[in-house]
Design a binder for this molecule. Structure first.
Ligand code: HEC
Length: 152
């Protein structure tokens, strides 16, 4: 099954790359590996969002260096999950709803929205006031996608 998919991806790539997402299949031997990879990226991203959020809410003292480090990590991590949404990786321990594969353009626009917001996080981390604002915009971009595509 997976070997067939990989062969198909190669054929599609050779045929002119009409299916843009398929070459990513080769990065993951099994659907479970892809699910693990994207959930891990989300987990790390969420951990650092939590650290920033604790500062924003005043539960932890504002530490500009730590905020900057978390903001950078979030910006990097937010680029990672998407190649791991390989076709057919909606079973097992995946918590996906709303068929992001069928709604690929919409799913992609929500990824772009997130990456647009996370790219602004590092420069916002210099003061608590700007961090609060950008953290809010980033969190809203997480929620916009989760409401549609993350099953709970
Ligand atoms: C474009 C859509 C999209 C955006 C944007 C998005 N997520 Fe998610 N997220 C998902 C989907 C889909 C899942 C379920 C993945 C799965 O289980 O395979 C998920 C799962 C998660 C999980 C659970 C991971 C696990 O171990 O099961 C966490 C935590 C998470 N997201 C945090 C975030 C945070 C924090 C942000 C914003 C900084 C964010 N996500 C932005 C789509 C998105």
């Amino acid at each position: 099954m997976h070997r067939k998919l990989a062969a198909f991806a190669t054929a599609a790539a050779l045929a002119g790359g009409a299916l843009v997402a398929t070459p990513a299949l080769a990065q993951f031997a099994k659907a479970e590996d892809a699910i693990d990879y994207r959930q891990s990226a989300f987990t790390v991203m969420a951990n650092h969002m939590g650290r920033l959020s604790a500062m924003a809410k005043g539960e932890k003292p504002f530490d500009a260096a730590a905020a900057q480090a978390s903001a950078q990590l979030i910006a990097t991590m937010s680029k990672l999950p998407w190649e791991a949404f390989t076709p057919g990786s909606d079973g097992g321990f995946a918590n996906v709803k709303g068929d992001p594969w069928k709604n690929a353009a919409d799913f992609k626009s929500l990824q772009d929205r997130l990456m647009g917001e996370t790219a602004k996080l590092p420069e916002s981390a210099g003061s608590l006031e700007t961090l609060r604002k950008q953290l809010g915009a980033t969190g809203a971009s997480c929620k916009a996608c989760h409401d549609k595509y993350r099953a709970q």
